[in-house]
Design a protein around this ligand. Structure first.
Ligand code: CA
Ligand code: CA
Length: 128
């Protein structure tokens, strides 16, 4: 009896582990050729950024988005650079996201000094 319970317990644990991969690409959440950014991790909360991947610099809204972005999908062949300030030229921190890459939690994206990008981006650049 106890052996059965133990086996069931292990089976549920394995199921849980496999059911929640660290980073699962949800392509339906961000249209092809676009860059999308959300208020919360795991593509939840308000989607503050929905931008066609055209090269250039873009602001993140001061009120709705600045220092709030927590998850990003780059469903494009361009590179994204997140900046810590509204003006990329005065930003002292930046974080790069490769083409077709994504972060379900920006705590996992760190700059060279070890600072994560979560709730820090205030503008971004699309480089193609
Ligand atoms: Ca956030
Ligand atoms: Ca901004």
């Amino acid at each position: 009896m106890s052996k059965t319970i133990h086996a069931l317990g292990l089976a549920s644990l394995l199921t849980l582990t496999w059911a929640a991969p660290a980073d699962a690409m949800p392509p339906s959440k961000c249209q092809e050729g676009h860059v999308c950014m959300w208020e919360d991790s795991l593509w939840e909360g308000t989607r503050y950024v929905f931008q066609k991947a055209v090269p250039g610099r873009y602001g993140i809204d001061d009120w709705d988005g600045d220092k709030e972005i927590s998850s990003v999908i780059n469903n494009s062949n361009c590179t994204i650079v997140l900046f810590s300030q509204d003006d990329p030229d005065t930003s002292y921190r930046w974080w790069q996201i490769a083409p077709m890459d994504f972060y379900s939690n920006l705590k996992n994206l760190k700059d060279g000094d070890g600072y994560d990008a979560n709730d820090r981006a205030q503008s971004f650049e699309i480089v193609c």
